[in-house]
Design a protein around this ligand. Structure first.
Ligand code: GTP
Ligand code: MG
Length: 283
């Protein structure tokens, strides 16, 4: 437990005079609700539990006391096409210029972290590139539904544990139904620590461009592979044809020899006809 003096130091810290946070995650994870908890107000619109389509379709930005929160549309299992979402994400990055200090990867604690969930999260992170890992912290929502200590929960959920480790073991738990200030102060404390570790640097637009470039290159790579496969099959085809030609030539040659041999043998095996014992061959 940190002393109150330390927490007060963090809250008053110059780090928090200009802090840019970007909320990312699947639809319904609780991004908008978390944005409201952080800014201590009802600034972002939250969706209702029964809605399956993303509530936040466009980037939203709100500021309070030097803290900027950028809310993003939920990824990716819904109506919005991949291209539309990428376009929107680019807008979100531009909205955060010169770039966010922290990506909060928002994850619901109360749903099983299946392979599908894992892949969605992978896609979200991939969109920002590996460099974003240094600036990412997992924010678990629905802490009100957690019935055990978070450490124990993570030990029992290998997939979530893995994700947290990928984010350099940075995580925090929010209960957005009870916007207690303490949970926000503790989050800021973790963010300040992270910013110190990152030398006060932030994620930049350049990093985003680089990540997008890499992604495009990766998408184009399968066709290169295909070309290579076609090339490989071409070589295999030529080799097969050569082998067939060689085989035919050898067969012809050996048939010529056989004919000679047959001729010789035919000569040698001329039937000997004996008058009294019929026909037999001389070996
Ligand atoms: N019980 C509980 N409900 C929460 C918590 N956080 C979010 N919710 C609820 O979960 C629902 C979805 O939250 P949103 O913040 O709208 O989710 P989102 O990630 O912004 O979703 P999209 O905008 O569609 O991408 C809302 O009904 C929230 O009230 C939490 O900590 N506890
Ligand atoms: Mg939202």
């Amino acid at each position: 437990m940190k002393s109150m003096a330390y927490v007060e130091f963090v809250i008053g810290s110059s780090f928090l005079q200009d802090l840019r946070i970007m909320l990312i995650g699947k639809t319904g994870a609780g991004k908008s609700a978390s944005g409201n908890t952080i800014l201590k107000g009802k600034m972002f619109k939250e969706k209702h539990d029964f809605e399956s389509v993303p509530y936040t379709n466009t980037c939203q930005k709100h500021q309070q006391n030097g803290i900027t929160v950028i809310d993003t549309p939920g990824k990716f299992d819904t109506d919005i096409s991949e291209d539309q979402l990428k376009e929107e994400m680019e807008k979100c990055v531009n909205m955060s210029v010169p770039g966010p200090h922290v990506f909060l990867l928002v994850i619901r604690l109360d749903v099983r972290f299946t392979d599908e969930e894992k892949n969605t999260v992978k896609l979200i992170l991939k969109n920002f590139g590996e460099m974003a890992d240094d600036y990412t912290m997992v924010l678990f929502t629905r802490g009100d539904q957690l019935n055990k200590p978070i450490d124990k929960f993570l030990t029992e959920n290998i997939q979530m544990n893995e994700l947290v480790r990928q984010c350099k073991s940075r995580y925090h738990v929010f209960n957005n139904k009870n916007q207690k200030a303490k949970q926000v102060d503790e989050l800021f404390e973790k963010m300040v620590k992270m910013m110190m570790e990152n030398g006060r640097e932030h994620y930049t637009n350049m990093m985003y461009m680089e990540a997008q470039k890499r992604q495009r290159e990766e998408e184009e790579r399968p066709s290169l592979k295909e070309e290579n496969t076609i090339g490989l099959w071409g070589v295999v085809g030529v080799v097969i044809v050569i082998l067939i030609v060689i085989a035919i030539v050898m067969v012809c040659l050996s048939e010529g020899k056989t004919a000679d041999w047959k001729a010789q043998v035919g000569e040698a095996r001329r039937p000997i006809i004996k008058k009294d014992k019929g026909i037999f061959f001389k070996c």
